[in-house]
Design a protein around this ligand. Structure first.
Ligand code: PGA
Length: 253
């Protein structure tokens, strides 16, 4: 059984003080949750405060990005060693905003995935098609290519911690959520590709999250489907009540 994972991507929102204020309101709302793993991914400067505040709570903390080298002359970058030293346990890799605005490619996603696994960070690798690709019936091709390059050169036995987030680019921050059928179809394509590359055991145990305008009112209908193992939530994770409702609705299935 794959345990549901609900992750918050705070993007470039919240100062350290705002992050801890969120946690003060949020923890009581999810104190009885055991059905889902909860991961918060704040901006890099907020990681230490969020890791401290989350200690002893059943909430994990992740970075939104990282470099693949342990150290070096890479101004502005953060290494896996630094992220693990802070106490974060997860990392988002290849978010579409990184691909769109910061030259992230499938090749750098592959390097970052290898680095995350080598440092025992749980990688949440984001994939997804643009609207024009969907309209041209290219969704399966895009997803298959993103997954195959991301996993290139990684032994199946190393892929245990892998999490994939399917985030159709046209659904991110637009209020236009994929229907549960569209999401489930894409998740099946991704799982089949993982099976073809790394075998069915890896594919069956890999959690595939849906992301893109997840809100309290659609979290239940998405997360109740067989191939949808949780959600990566942007905008609706910034408010403690709304994020807690997403967790409650996703786990009441
Ligand atoms: P959204 O963002 O929930 O605001 O659409 C999701 C994401 O970008 O991870």
């Amino acid at each position: 059984m794959r345990k549901l994972l609900i992750a918050a991507n705070w993007k470039m929102y919240k100062t350290p003080a705002e992050s801890t204020a969120f946690l003060t309101s949020f923890f009581p709302l999810v104190k009885n949750n055991t059905a889902a793993e909860i991961v918060l991914c704040p901006a890099m400067p907020c990681l230490p405060a969020v890791v401290d505040a989350a200690r002893g709570k059943s909430v994990s903390v992740g970075a939104q990005n990282m470099h693949w080298h342990n150290e070096g002359a890479y101004t502005g970058e953060t290494s896996p060693t630094m992220i693990t030293a802070i106490g974060a346990t997860h990392v988002l890799i290849g978010h579409s905003e990184r691909r769109q605005y910061f030259n992230e490619t499938d090749t750098t996603v592959n390097l970052k995935l290898k680095a995350a696994l080598a440092h025992s960070l749980v990688p949440i690798v984001c994939v997804g098609e643009h609207l024009n690709e969907r309209e041209q019936n290219l969704t399966a091709d895009v997803l298959n290519l993103q997954i195959s390059v991301a996993l290139e050169g990684i032994k199946p036995e190393a892929l245990g911690p892998l999490v994939i987030a399917y985030e159709p680019v046209w659904a991110i921050g637009t209020g236009r959520t994929a229907t549960p059928e569209i999401a489930e179809d894409a998740h099946k394509i991704i799982r089949a590709k993982i099976a073809a590359i790394a075998g069915s055991d890896v594919a069956d145990s890999t959690r595939i999250l849906y992301g893109g305008s997840v809100k309290p009112d659609n979290a239940g209908s998405l997360c109740c489907l067989d191939d949808i193992d949780g959600a990566l939530v942007g905008g609706a994770s910034l408010d403690p009540d709304s994020f807690a409702k997403i967790i409650t609705n996703a786990t009441t299935r």
